[in-house]
Design a protein around this ligand. Sequence first.
Ligand code: F6P
Length: 337
Amino acid sequence: MVKRLFIFERYIMKKIAVFTSGGDAPGMNACVRAVVRTAIYNNVEVVGIMHGYNGMISGGEEFIPMSSRSVGNIIQRGGTILKSSRSEGFKTKEGRKLAYDNLVLHGVEGIICIGGNGTFTGAEIFHNEYGIPSIGAPGTIDNDLYGTDFTIGFDTAINTAMEAIDKIRDTAESHGRIFFIEVMGREAGFIALASGIAGGAEIILLPEISEDINEVVQFFKTRELNKKSFSIAIVAEGNYEGGAFSISERLKREIPNFESRVVILGHIQRGGSPSAYDRVLASKLGNAAVEALLNGEKNKMAGLINNRIALTPFHDTVCIKKELNPDLLKLIDILNT
Ligand code: F6P
């Protein structure tokens, strides 16, 4: 039986749960740490759920009591100590019923979920069915969530991509080659745009912009005429013309003299120690998420807009498309001459 405590009419939860879900992102640990320590500061118990929604469904050893100590020495670590999953089980009514039973068994009254689109969609459905309130913190390298200027992990990921681009540029110049570098981002071009600008790329192909491939070919032909011997092209993985391999093949057919290579950066963008920016962002948002939950908010994501904490309904974070920064988009053509 859950004991209810009222202070000045404000109901204080006794126990909340925290978990990480979806693709991991550097800074998730810093966020878990902030969640646990903010809850303890407010005299609220915290249980950590391992492996995201899959752990919620399995229960048992997947539910771990958290203390200040259990989140010590993790702020600098990549990955997530709570592990993660993309749960198929939670998409089913049966799975969500098992998850609810486990939360009740552990006396959990509210949830902090750290993840992206899929995580928040699941939390909202769960609330509609069982009434358990959730607050989210945006944890994804993709930066594709409406309601926050930056997601936790994005800054580290673009720095990882930029360092890789710098290294590739050295060898591109030595051999006079075009490199097509594919970066992550699912259906969003935030990583491609930021890392491409930071890495001085000549071409940045984004899922949001329907670039005419013939113009891309023409761009490289002009560079050839101008004796520009090497180039860096960034291709977002969700680019509509296809991935880096297919674009490179197309170019090879059109400009046989140009030697090209393809690099897929892949999951290295998801790992590594979080940047200072991501650690601070994760700490702020983890804290804000717990404060919001304890203040009676639900089904919202805690984000940062213009450097201020903002709560946005899950529905909007998932359904409203976040736009790429138009000032950055303009820079692509100005700086690649
Ligand atoms: O978490 C985001 C992300 O890294 C996307 O950029 C990418 O499309 C996807 O996850 C890859 O997912 P997985 O690791 O499950 O293959």
